[in-house]
Design a protein. Structure first.
Length: 119
């Protein structure tokens, strides 16, 4: 399974579209097979869900995300987990161990540039 995590300074970014990078992780047999950082190609409405789906992403783990993006990810059959916080490696570990639970939160404000409410 390939997951994507919006990343800022080694931590989960508060809002997926405004992150400087994404951590892409290939998980096989209960472990990390490969982990890479890629630059965010830019926050444009509707672009990132397609971009990440075309990279083979099957799940995105984010701090916060707007409803339109969540709907677009669903249309590409990409699972969305919101409410994640903390260091990327710990979030990956929690995901692999089945300890990462989505808050299903939806961001409604987009004036921010790096955080989303209390996520």
């Amino acid at each position: 399974m390939k997951i994507a995590i919006p990343t800022q300074n080694g931590q989960v970014s508060g809002h997926f579209g405004h992150c400087p990078q994404f951590t892409l992780v290939d998980i096989e047999e209960g472990g990390v097979k490969e982990k890479n950082l890629i630059d965010n190609p830019g926050h444009q409405p509707g672009f990132l869900p397609k971009f990440l789906a075309e990279k083979g992403v099957q799940c995105i783990i984010a701090g916060g995300m707007g409803g339109q993006a969540q709907d677009l990810f669903a249309s590409y059959n990409v699972q969305v987990i919101t409410g994640a916080q903390g260091a990327i490696d710990q979030v990956i570990k929690n995901f692999i161990e089945g300890k990462l639970i989505s808050t299903d939160s939806v961001c409604t404000e987009h004036e921010h540039a790096g955080s989303c409410g209390g996520h």
